[in-house]
Every structure is written in C-alpha cells, then in structure tokens.
Design a binder for this molecule. Structure first.
Ligand code: NDP
Ligand code: 2IT
Length: 450
C-alpha cells in the first residue's frame, strides 16, 4: 500500500493467487499486508528462512458444512456453514461469525486473515479465526433464526471450545443468535462452558461493554489519531457513520459523548441525513428493538432526509467512520471525502476502503486508521469476556470500559511507533500490519515447524 511489494513477496503473492482462485477479497487482504511487511524481513531474516509468511497465508484448518433447516412453512432450506481456524500461534482461534447471503469461503478467509493481525495488536492471548454462513437473517422469524442457529451449531460444536476456538458475532449475528447457539452447544455437550462463545447475554456470562466495544473502541482510536495530529478532539466535529448496525450505533453514541455531531448513517438500501444530529434513541428503537429499516427514521423525524440508493460519502464531514461492510469506500468516494474537508477516517468495519481509496487517504496525509487497528476493541473486549468467564467473575461497566480505552490507546501508540521505526511516520497501515505481523511471526518462530 504505502510500499511497493518486494520481489520475493511478489512470488509469495502469486502463489496465494494460484492456490486460492477467485477469492478476491482474500487476495486484497493478503496483498495489503505483503505490501507493508517488506522492511521487517530485512530486520528478521529468520522469518524468511522459516517461510513464516507462506505459513501465515495458509489457514491451519478450514471447515465447510451443510446446514439444513426448516422454514415456518415447513419447507426444507439448505445453507452452507464455514469456520476457518486460521492461526493459533497466540491463543485459541478467536473471531466472529457472519450470517449474510454474500458469505463464501473468500470472505471468511479475508476476515480470518485480518483477524490474526488484529488480535495480535490487542496484546491479548487470542489466535485468529472467522466463520459464518450464506444464511440471510433478513425477514426471518425468531423461530426460523433459532432453527438455523441450532442446525449450524449441531455441526460447529465439535470444532470449538474455550481453549480451542471461540466464535462471536459479526454482520447478522448479535445477542439473539449467540444465545440460540450457546443453548444448543450446552445441550449437545452437556457442559456449561461459558467461554466457548463471546457476546453472550449479561444473564449468562456476557461482559458489560461487549455490545458497545467495537464502536466505542473505534471512536477512542480516532480520538488518539486526532490527538496525535496536535491536541485536536471530537468537540464540534461533523461526522458521518455508515451502517446502522451494532458497530455504527455505538460509534455514534461515543462520538456524541465526546462532543461530536453525527449527521448521517445508512443501511444497504439508503442514507439518512439529519443535519440536527442523528437521533440515536430512534435508531436504537428501529434497528435494535424493532428490526426495521433505516428509511423509517424519516417517519418520526420529518426534517431529516432519506436518500434511497444514496452514497453517504457525498455528505461532507470532518470525520468519517465506515461501519457497514468491506469495500464501501472506493477511490472516488475517498477523493470526495478529502475534497470536502475530511481529516480523519476510522474503520469500524473490516476492510471498508478499497486499495485505491487507501492510497487517496495516505497521499492526502489525513489520519487513516485501518480496521485491524481501529476496530480491534470488539475482539479485545471479547478476550476480556473470556477472562471473566475463566475466573467466574464479572466486572463493572466503568472498569471494563477503562480497560478497553487503555487497550485502544496502546494499539494506537504501537502502530504509531512501529510506523515511525520502519520509516513511514503517520502511516497506520504500515504500523498496524508490521506490529501485528511481528508478534505472530515471533510466536510462530518459537513453535518450530508446525
Ligand atoms: P450488523 O449486522 O449489526 O450491521 C451491519 C450494518 O452494515 C447494517 O446497517 C447493514 O445494512 C450494513 N451492511 C451490511 N452488509 C452490507 C452491504 N453489503 N452493503 C451495504 N451495507 C451493508 O453488523 P456489525 O455492525 O456487527 O458489523 C459491521 C462491520 O463491522 C462489519 O464489517 C464487521 O465485520 C465489522 N466488525 C464488527 C465487529 C463486532 O463486534 N460486531 C467487530 C469488528 C468489526 P443492511 O441491514 O441493509 O444489511
Ligand atoms: O471482526 C471482528 O473483530 C469481530 N467480528 C469480533 C470478533 C470477536 O471474537 O469478538
């Protein structure tokens, strides 16, 4: 991204393309990391000799399974389930499950690959993994979602456990789905193994702040980036946050707490623009409690605008926080954001900016926080949930949020210092990729050829 890929890494990349045909999102994620880590290999020749990079690119284990279930009309439905156990050098595989019709192996592998470095950046003992299904939860009844989750877990349970692999939520998987899956796991194993899933309900082993953690963490990361640019803050800043799901909602909440104003959010159908500031309680009501579409916002707030099929990045802002999905900001969108005065971008979503978009942000020298650093607060708080489960403890909101804030501060500092050390001051892409990579690579090198 900031660096040209070195020749030997080019060979590795060509091999990744050949071995994983058609998995374009996975190729994109691998390429970004390979473009960053060239300078590390000069400093640590043992990583090259041990073929650490070739080994990191290949998942340790990939599980693909049939998920049959019955809909409310009694009709049989078949979906495909995935779990990619990518890398266990630093701890049990850890990463979310995504339920969305676009899910296929290439998406799960891109997310799993990103997760390795993200989890390493948290400094906590978690390896990288990801899973999901092409099941579409939209429009399904609670009973259909429950039957699907039970069938999904009927295969997944044998592959997971509190010291082997610990799934959590991602797109389409929240507290409701985790609850159904936990119930089925408990039934199949006859064990109350609380630490097998994170994002659990507060009544049965969940952690305070996990629901808020990704959005809060991403906002803390942007706060650190603003500080690093010269004592700047969110106070009075106009912000836009794409999506209106878990990450978007708690990003908006924290921005407002820190004095910023969010004027737009979205879903896959359109954009809400509310110049008075998005009414978060209304968004929570529509999205969390009533599971409706964001367009319904204008039924309650007549002054706001709904742009069907609109592009949120056309709305001028100083801080943009993409929090929906991959590749939602292309080169044109990025150029428009910069032109309209955007000074910071913090990625709540995974890989929301295309390579062309990233280049625009880096060339413009705005503060650009890539997902694997900026959105690491979610998985970090999952690791805190595992810690509470292991000790049968539960911490207060204030204490847990403080831990999260400190983790985000440390990640920011680590990325900043690493970028500087490797000659790319202010480039968080290089900082995050190198800092994450070194931690995993060192552990892998210690483990011998496994
Ligand atoms: P949710 O399912 O709660 O919300 C997803 C939001 O993104 C919805 O508003 C959805 O709109 C929108 N969206 C999803 N797919 C698309 C698409 N193809 N095009 C346009 N909009 C889309 O998921 P989360 O908030 O949990 O996840 C959002 C992002 O954050 C993802 O990239 C995820 O990987 C990442 N992330 C999540 C973490 C977590 O803890 N949950 C942790 C770290 C990263 P619609 O309803 O129309 O589909
Ligand atoms: O992308 C992510 O980091 C997540 N979806 C959260 C993973 C987790 O295990 O909490």
């Amino acid at each position: 991204m900031a660096n040209k890929m070195d020749e030997k890494l080019q060979v590795v990349y060509q091999d990744v393309l050949k071995r994983n045909p058609g998995e374009v999102e996975f190729h994109q994620a691998v390429r970004e990391v390979l473009e960053s880590i060239g300078p590390v290999l000069s400093k640590y020749p043992e990583f090259r000799e041990g073929k650490i990079i070739e080994r990191i690119a290949e998942p340790e284990r990939q599980i693909i399974f049939r998920v049959p279930w019955q809909d409310d009309r009694g009709e049989v439905q078949i979906n495909r389930g995935f779990r990619v156990q990518y890398n266990s050098a630093l701890g049990p595989y850890k990463g979310g499950l995504r339920f969305h019709p676009s899910v296929y192996l290439g998406i799960v592998k891109f997310l799993g690959f990103e997760q390795i470095f993200k989890n390493a950046l948290t400094g906590l003992p978690i390896g990288g993994g990801k899973g999901g299904s092409d099941f579409d939860p939209k429009g399904k009844s609670d009973n259909e979602v429950m039957r699907f989750c039970q069938s999904f877990m009927t295969e997944l349970w044998r592959h997971i456990g509190d010291v082997t692999d610990v799934p959590a939520g991602d797109i389409g998987v929240g507290g409701r789905e985790i609850g159904y899956m936990f119930g089925q796991f408990k039934r199949l194993t006859a064990r109350y193994e609380a630490g097998v899933l994170t994002g659990k309900g507060l009544d049965y082993g969940g952690s305070l702040v996990r629901t808020e953690a990704t959005g809060y963490g991403a906002t803390f990361f942007v706060q650190e980036m603003l500080k690093a640019r010269g004592a700047d803050t969110f106070e009075g800043k106009t912000c836009t946050v794409s999506g209106s799901g878990n990450v978007a909602i708690y990003t908006i909440e924290k921005i407002v707490q820190l004095g910023g104003k969010v004027v737009a959010c979205s879903d896959s159908n359109g954009v809400i623009v509310d110049e008075k500031g998005i009414d978060l309680e209304l968004v929570k009501q529509l999205k969390e409690r009533e599971r409706r579409r964001i367009k319904d916002y204008v039924e309650y707030r007549k002054h706001a605008k709904y742009l069907h099929g609109g592009n949120i990045w056309e709305v001028p802002c100083q801080v943009a926080m993409p929090s929906a999905t991959q590749n939602e900001i292309n080169g044109k969108d990025a150029a428009l954001l910069v032109k309209n005065g955007c000074i910071a971008v913090g990625e709540g979503a995974n890989m929301p900016t295309t390579p062309e978009g990233i280049k625009v942000f880096l060339d413009a020298k705005i503060a650009y926080g890539p997902g694997k650093a900026a959105n690491a607060g979610g998985v970090a708080t999952s690791a805190l949930e595992m810690q509470q489960n292991a000790t049968r403890d539960s911490w207060t909101f204030e204490y847990t949020e403080k831990r999260l804030a400190n983790i985000m501060k440390t990640i920011h500092q680590n990325c900043w210092e690493t970028a500087e050390e490797f000659g790319s001051k202010g480039n968080y892409v290089v900082g995050a990729n190198i800092a994450g990579f070194i931690r995993v690579a060192k552990a892998m090198a210690s483990h011998g050829l496994v």
